[in-house]
Design a protein around this ligand. Structure first.
Ligand code: FEO
Length: 394
């Protein structure tokens, strides 16, 4: 495969992984992913920025051969996670004179995860520069966007920024340049939700930093290259904002229909009062949709059935995932139905408690919801409306 030139001797040398079904064994992929790697040919030295996911290393190395890359002086490791660094051991075998360039935190990761010899690694910090002759690489450490070892590499003369995982998408392509579409936006948002949202505050900071840099292109480690950086930066500015949208998320498990009846009632009444809703069947619906909802939702109402004497394990799992992804939601409540007894909400409340949400009085019913229970649901709706009004959303 001939490498596509992105700009003035900067080439795309990554690969698509079209059939990968799931990433991080967490959220299903709809469009596969790409592992991006960039070849930068300076007048004196050649560098490669990030390498390849190990299962695809043979194809990656063969492509380097087919494109006549016989000498590499520097291999920049923007991040230690193995979808980008996992081919480093084979790279230093293939290019024995190459020096791996990374930050101090990533150095430790490369040594412990890949057994890279210390003497092969050059450590850089923010604003350090490396000359390739007519091109200069400048490094910007971006810790916790998303790992502590993350850094960006800026190619000064070309005004392009390699942003590692940041601003990426699980997406594949024939032409490396992004074409804005609903499909790309959905992939980028799902990717943000799963990978970046737990680090929202840091992401927000680096969105502004990159906006201020006024770069010509953004070259992420997954998904297409952005020739119009504002497209992805504006999406991130929205997703990372402190304010949620006028949206209630309603993930639920319903064994015999009682919970779904309550969830449906809440959806109907909230919609009537001008609040958007996302009803999510935890067992049947795509987790990615809920993850994207968590990017925007202000309120979460979980519905759960009872299994033995506690909440359904699938609802516990969703509460845990939400606590890990750290959404910007501010309010939570629970509805649930039980048959003979137990504690429905204690564990869920404890898990979601990590998010410091304001909890609105939960509603627990025995069997099917009665007229009395629907009156309680009306009070829940009114309370949510009030909270959204006070938050300036209605
Ligand atoms: Fe795509 Fe954090 O690795």
């Amino acid at each position: 495969m001939k490498f596509q030139e992105i700009k003035n001797n900067i080439f795309y040398c990554g690969l698509n992984d079209v059939d990968r079904p799931i990433f991080d064994e967490l959220i299903p992929l709809e469009n596969g992913t790409s592992y991006n790697s960039y070849l930068v040919k300076g007048s004196e030295k050649t560098a490669i920025i990030d390498t390849m996911y190990p299962p695809m290393s043979d194809e990656y190395l063969k492509n380097l051969d087919e494109n006549g890359i016989t000498k590499v002086d520097y291999i920049i490791a923007n991040h230690g996670e193995q979808d980008h660094s996992g081919t480093l051991p084979k790279m230093i075998e293939k290019y024995p004179d190459a020096v791996i360039v990374t930050n101090a935190t990533c150095k430790g990761n490369l040594m412990s995860m890949l057994f890279i010899p210390e003497e092969k690694i050059m450590v850089v910090k923010t604003d350090d520069e490396l000359s390739l002759g007519d091109k200069t690489l400048k490094f910007i450490l971006a810790p916790n966007v998303h790992w502590p070892d993350t850094m960006f590499t800026y190619i000064k003369e070309d005004n392009v920024l390699c942003t590692c995982d940041f601003l990426g998408a699980h997406y594949t392509f024939d032409d490396v340049f992004a074409v804005p579409s609903e499909k790309l936006e959905r992939s980028a948002k799902k990717y943000y939700a799963e990978i970046m949202m737990p680090f929202r505050v840091m992401c927000k900071k680096y969105v502004q930093l990159i906006k201020d840099m006024n770069v010509d292109m953004i070259l992420p480690s997954h998904g297409p290259v952005h020739k119009k950086p504002d497209y992805i930066l504006d999406l991130y500015a929205d997703w990372t904002s402190d304010t949620g949208k006028n949206l209630v998320l309603l993930p639920f498990v319903s064994m015999y229909g009682s919970n779904e009846a309550m969830i449906d009632y809440l959806v109907k009444e909230l919609n009537k009062k001008g609040i958007d809703t996302l009803k999510h069947d935890i067992i049947r619906d795509n987790l990615g949709d809920l993850a994207m909802g968590l990017v925007d939702g202000t309120t979460i109402v979980m519905g759960t059935s009872m299994v033995v004497a506690g909440p359904h394990p699938a609802s516990v799992n969703i509460a845990y995932i939400a606590s890990v992804l750290k959404p910007k939601a501010k309010f939570a409540s629970f509805v649930g139905s039980y048959g003979w007894g137990g504690k429905l909400f204690d564990i869920l409340g404890e898990i979601l408690g990590k998010l410091r949400l304001e909890v609105i009085e939960p509603i627990q019913v025995k069997g099917r919801p009665t007229e009395e229970d629907f009156k309680k649901l009306d009070i829940l709706v009114d309370t949510i409306v009030e909270k959204h009004k006070l938050s300036g959303l209605l």
